[in-house]
Design a protein around this ligand. Structure first.
Ligand SMILES: Nc1ncnc2c1ncn2[C@@H]1O[C@H](COP(=O)(O)OP(=O)(O)OP(=O)(O)O)[C@@H](O)[C@H]1O
Length: 361
């Protein structure tokens, strides 16, 4: 059965004086999902999440939590909880005291608080003796886990995260991304997470909402956003990509400068066709592009010169200059690396089913 919406945003507008930071956001957040809101700096992520947790109120529109309208309800009266980048833990108190704090203010007795703290330590995979360790003696990753345990102690209906991992080093961030995803699965709670990082979003989320200039540009699962972006903006935001301006031909095919199209007919079946004269953008991700023998064939072909090679660890990225001067990016696994040299004339090819057509107004 499809999950029900738990939080509904209806036409949310936020203005700061004459400046419109959010332009009518409509969004249903589903019960139990891990939803990540991503977007470049200034796109409105923080503004949006502040409205969701009650730190600010919208200029127009409504926010509904289940059957109650909450956009005028202050943060401390909402059954939701925010986990910030800046943790806000009490550094001179113990881990246990920090986790139990929300329970204490709710008037929960000492014994029950201690039992709950033990459960939460276990849930966050922290050893039981950490209960008596002072926050100041914990590592960055441990503090992050304590902050999560404390947020869960509130037993909130929804947990909001504002870039909680951005201050941590790369390896710890990678570990905590997986832990958060796992924690989400084990608690079954609704997680709403904001980040700049596309990678973080891809690893953890059930759905990703992409923000651009105060609007919601696309909402889909990671695969949908990556392989079927609705705009050049989303395509480029979600990593390396090759884009070509194309136009529909009279024969029902496509024409674009520098790209040879060797398919017709079937393009319509998978939505890659334009009316005569209609313009679009053809997209292919670098990992789907092959470097062909000069006689090789493919649905789409671009000829160019290999200009650069970059080692990315398990993969190698190649930069190819096409005849019209544009640059293409190709990625290969290390074991499939191209054996030629910089300066080689190369033929690039890819198939119809790795191609996506972006139609923008
Ligand atoms: N209190 C405020 N007064 C005036 N303008 C504001 C205020 N808060 C945010 N803005 C503006 O609203 C826009 C969105 O800001 P917001 O902080 O939501 O972006 P963001 O996507 O969270 O960016 P970042 O990733 O850098 O945190 C920006 O142009 C910002 O300058």
């Amino acid at each position: 059965m499809a999950a029900e919406p738990v939080l509904r945003l209806k036409n949310i507008v936020k203005k700061f004086g004459a400046f419109v930071a959010l332009h009518g956001i409509n969004l249903d957040i589903l019960d139990g999902e891990f939803l990540t809101i991503v977007g470049p700096s200034g796109s409105g992520k923080t503004t949006l999440i502040r409205l969701l947790v009650g730190m600010d109120s919208p200029s127009e529109g409504e926010i509904w939590l289940n059957e109650s309208r909450i956009d005028k309800v202050p943060a401390n009266k909402r059954p939701t909880c925010m986990v910030f980048q800046s943790l806000a833990l009490f550094p001179h108190r113990t881990v246990g005291q920090n986790i139990e704090f929300p329970l204490k203010i709710q008037g929960v007795g000492a014994e029950e608080r201690a039992a709950r703290a033990r459960e939460l330590l276990e849930l966050l995979r922290l050893p039981p003796h950490y209960h008596d360790k002072r926050i100041a003696e914990c590592s960055g990753g441990e503090k992050q886990r304590v902050a999560l345990a404390r947020a869960l102690a509130f037993d909130p209906e929804i947990l909001f995260f504002d870039e909680p991992l951005s201050a941590l080093d790369y390896r710890l961030r990678k570990t905590l991304e997986k832990e958060l995803k796992d924690l989400h699965a084990r608690t079954g709670k609704t997680f709403v997470y904001i980040t700049h990082s596309l990678e973080e979003a891809m690893v953890m989320s059930d759905r990703i909402a992409i923000m651009r200039e105060g609007k919601l540009e696309q909402l889909a699962d990671a695969d949908g956003i990556y392989t079927r972006p609705v705009s050049r903006f989303v395509a480029e935001f979600m990593g390396e990509v090759n884009l070509f301006d194309v136009e529909g031909t009279a024969q029902g095919g496509l024409h674009g400068r520098g790209v040879e199209v060797h398919v017709n007919g079937q393009m319509e079946d998978i939505g890659i066709s334009l009316a005569q004269g209609e313009r679009g953008t053809l997209m292919v991700r670098p990992e789907f592009v092959r470097i062909l023998e000069s006689s090789g064939t493919s649905d789409f072909i671009v000829r160019g010169i290999l200009r650069a090679e970059y080692a990315l660890g398990s993969r190698i990225q190649y930069e190819v200059e096409a005849a019209d001067g544009s640059r293409l990016s190709v990625e290969k696994l290390r074991e499939d690396r191209y054996r030629g040299a910089i300066g080689d004339e190369v033929v690039l090819g890819w198939d119809l089913d790795s191609t996506h057509l972006i139609r923008e107004d």
